[in-house]
Design a binder for this molecule. Structure first.
Ligand code: ZN
Length: 291
């Protein structure tokens, strides 16, 4: 009899432990409502217009996805200290392009490395010929993204510009989901839009080459760079893109399943932080490029 009771107690304990374990796991999976620290929310409010223009439910979702990204991606500094602001800006740049895809996970990213400033082809942080602001790694750098901390911050400090280095790199990662960084993100673009997209790409690259476009000339490098550059424009100044390039805007809205021109208001007047002069200066740093 005693043996039976002991066996029952052991069995009951076993089920209790299993239940606790399962419940914990289950809770982790469904409780997607992490709340941000006040400091982190403050950075979103101050630097990320995309977040500010969302309604309350949208903000909550953005925060949850941002926190999830931070919980699953390492962000490390190389000769630089990673500040809480940097973590928030990296994560915001990751979430903005895929915010229209509710269950998106960056399967091809483990770690983001921050360098203090621009670097060169061999990742040197010193010397001349340092024109790279960000890169999505290949080979030994597979699943790693490198960003210049200075340019990560500039992309968000300058609220009226059309550039954002970190968004640029995350769009390359999204493009890479189908295996190739080729400017045709098959994970996003349904088949029927591929040809119209390619036509628009060729047409606009030609205009850039003829010096007849307000799109960053770096976009004429190839189709992949065109997508990344024009996506920066789409998320940073959707109002302007829609006005000047309605066909591009429309196709990008289908691609990213978002209509930022409907939610993002026109940036502040050209005074102080984020001024037009600052934006021009940023744009004219022509030799600085993302890869
Ligand atoms: Zn690029």
């Amino acid at each position: 009899m005693e043996v039976v009771i002991i066996a029952l107690v052991v069995l009951a304990s076993f089920f209790l432990v299993m239940k606790l374990l399962f419940t914990k796991k289950h809770t982790e999976e469904v409780a997607y409502t992490y709340s941000l620290a006040e400091e982190e929310r403050g950075y979103l409010i101050e630097y990320v217009p995309f977040y500010n223009e969302l309604d309350e439910a949208g903000k909550q979702e953005f925060e949850s996805r941002l926190q999830h990204f931070l919980n699953t991606t390492r962000i490390s500094g190389v000769n630089v200290t990673v500040e809480p602001l940097d973590r928030v800006l990296v994560a915001a740049s990751a979430i903005i392009p895929i915010f229209g895809f509710k269950d998106w996970e960056y399967i091809n990213l483990n770690e983001v490395l921050l360098y203090p400033d621009a670097f060169n082809d061999t990742f040197d942080q010193q010397g001349a010929d340092r024109s790279t602001l960000g890169v999505v790694g290949n080979g030994p750098y597979q699943n790693i993204m490198i960003l210049s901390q200075y340019d990560l911050r500039q992309g968000f400090l300058n609220k009226s510009g059309k550039s954002n280095t970190a968004i640029h790199e995350f769009v390359h990662l999204v493009d890479k989901t189908d295996g190739a960084v080729d400017g045709v993100p098959e994970a996003l673009l349904s088949r029927k839009y591929v040809m119209p997209w390619l036509e628009l790409v060729h047409e606009n690259i030609e205009r850039i080459q003829q010096n007849n476009s307000d799109i960053n000339p770096y976009g004429a490098t190839n189709k992949a760079e065109f997508l990344a550059v024009v996506a920066e424009y789409f998320f940073e100044r959707p109002d302007l893109l829609q006005e000047r390039h309605p066909d591009l805007y429309e196709l990008l809205a289908k691609m990213f399943r978002q209509e930022p021109a409907h939610t993002l208001s026109t940036p502040p007047a050209p005074n102080g932080k984020g001024s037009a002069a600052e934006a021009r200066q940023n744009f004219e740093q022509g030799t600085r490029s993302e890869e």
